[in-house]
Ligand binder design. Sequence first.
Ligand code: SF4
Ligand code: SF4
Length: 91
Amino acid sequence: MASATKRPKKRSANIAIVRRDDCTGCEACIVFCPVDCIDLIEAPENPAEKYVLIDKETCIGCVLCARYCPWDSIDMVVREPFEQRAELVFM
Ligand code: SF4
Ligand code: SF4
């Protein structure tokens, strides 16, 4: 029997990013994310301040987090130009 060739997973065209300054750490987005790619983080400079980070490799761009964020602190962006800008920033 021929073995199926494993194809690389197709990545979504869009991803969610959080505007940290607007995030209250309420965790509503975490509940809605179907792929569990949102983590609650404590600010290193102040552990009482919490916000979320989204794993852009796992995000499928479903928009649920952005739709249900009560503080409107999540933006959907086109993945490739965002990653190119991020590379320029983080190099
Ligand atoms: S867009 Fe969807 S997959 Fe991506 S972080 Fe938001 S809820 Fe999760
Ligand atoms: S729902 Fe909005 S405010 Fe609440 S943790 Fe997520 S991004 Fe932050």
